[in-house]
Design a protein around this ligand. Structure first.
Ligand code: DSN
Length: 415
């Protein structure tokens, strides 16, 4: 056997695991809000010869020869993103969301500088200053949260923390917040204290591109994002910014933080940006939101406590305290029924993060299969039945069969 033979020959164990993962993604309902099905064209680009090329630097200014094709790929990715989002500049080299955010810190902060972000327990991200992350350890991070009464972002707290600490950066954007983010309000607070507003739109970049969530452009000087969530691109990251921040961002990404960009990923970002300009994508993004609303309403109809009483975006957070089922128990029972979601902390959770009170759901992958509100109603009824009886194996087995049948009607793109 040659080491250059195909995967099934050189490594049957890995080949088999990929086959099984394909089947899992085909045969189950994937409701983790940060996951999706990347376009088949994106997958093709990621596995192409672009993987074999080094290209440290930026187009026209590289530290390696042989860039006849790579500069074209990177320029297309940048230009399409700039057009799509209406920004002055795009850097498409960050390896993913966390490195993109680290580059933003490196561009504008020194160790120990004050920064302000949303706390993880309220739905923020680790990299927005949470204490176990480098962002919380290397910077003087203060954290805002949500109000106890309506669980919406506490802008009074954002303003008072900003005034007290004069942060260099104010982060907005979330990983478990089901409502519209008011970028204009954040921008006013940032302006009042002379901070740079950074909008991390990783979860909602596809919704923003399609115009079904307000855009931070014109409010946030810097915008970071992953490219594989609602955007349906490859596992990657990007930073969008206005002209004033371009130089600092580019220097921070390379040579500040990273080496050679992952060129297959860059091509995948270019493809996803092109597809995000289509009417088909706008319809898709609207379906994500419609699905999320329909699923939230069905769950609430089944007595599930949906945090903030609904969803404006792709994401739903459920507090299962009143159902007397821990989030992990519910998520594991749902997985046995073929419905995959996260167990997740809810705001003011009294349980530990590894055994929290809630589950987190999202509709990007379901909408990518073409499932609409009618299917979400069915999914919500199945979920409620499982949450109400997580030990009822007969019910779970019946639902698992029905889930498989639904999945067969709506083929998973690209797997
Ligand atoms: N891990 C991502 C999520 O699931 O929201 C954020 O990095």
């Amino acid at each position: 056997m040659s080491n250059d033979a195909e995967l099934s020959t050189v490594d049957p164990e890995i080949f088999d695991l990929i086959q099984k993962e394909d089947a899992r993604q085909r045969d189950k309902l994937r409701l983790i809000p940060s996951e999706n099905y990347a376009y088949p064209a994106v997958m093709e680009a990621c596995g192409s010869s672009l993987n074999n090329k080094y290209s440290e630097g930026y187009a026209g200014r590289r530290y390696y020869e042989g860039q006849q094709n790579i500069d074209g790929v990177e320029n297309l990715a940048k230009e399409r993103l700039q057009q799509l989002f209406g920004v002055d500049h795009a850097n498409v080299q960050p390896y993913s969301g966390s490195p993109a955010n680290l580059a933003v810190y490196f561009a504008f902060c020194k160790p120990g500088d004050p920064v302000l972000g949303m706390g993880l327990p309220s739905g923020g991200h680790l990299t927005h200053g949470w204490n176990v992350s480098i962002s919380g350890k290397f910077f003087d991070a203060k954290q805002y949260g949500v109000r106890k009464d309506d669980l919406l972002i506490d802008f009074d707290e954002v303003a008072s923390l900003a005034k007290e600490h004069s942060p260099k950066l104010i982060w907005c954007g979330a990983t478990a917040y089901p409502r519209v983010i008011d970028f204009a309000k954040f921008a006013q607070i940032a302006e009042d204290v002379g901070a740079i507003l950074v909008a991390d739109i990783s979860h909602i970049s596809g919704l923003v591109a399609a115009g079904v969530h307000p855009s931070p452009v014109g409010h946030a000087g810097v915008i970071s994002s992953t490219t594989h969530k609602t955007f349906r691109g490859p596992r990657g990251g990007m930073i969008l910014c206005d002209a004033a921040h371009k130089k600092a961002i580019d220097r921070a990404v390379f040579p500040g933080l990273q080496g050679g960009p992952h060129n297959g990923t860059t091509a995948g970002i270019a493809i996803a940006a092109k597809l995000a300009m289509t009417d088909e994508f706008k319809t898709y993004a609207q379906r994500i939101v419609d699905d999320s609303r329909a699923l939230a309403e069905t769950l609430m109809g089944g007595g599930v406590d949906v945090v903030t009483g609904g969803s404006d975006n792709h994401l739903i957070l459920c507090d299962l305290t009143s159902k007397n089922v821990p989030g992990k128990v519910a998520a594991q029972a749902l997985d046995r029924a073929g419905i995959v979601c996260n167990y997740n902390s809810v705001p003011f959770d009294t349980r530990k993060p590894f055994d929290p009170s809630g589950i987190r759901l999202g509709t990007p992958a379901m909408a990518a299969r073409g499932m609409g509100p009618a299917e979400m109603k069915q999914v919500g009824q199945w979920m409620t039945a499982v949450i109400d009886a997580p030990d009822d194996d007969a019910t779970i087995e019946r639902i698992a069969g029905e889930v498989t049948a639904l999945c067969q009607q709506f083929p998973a793109p690209g797997v």
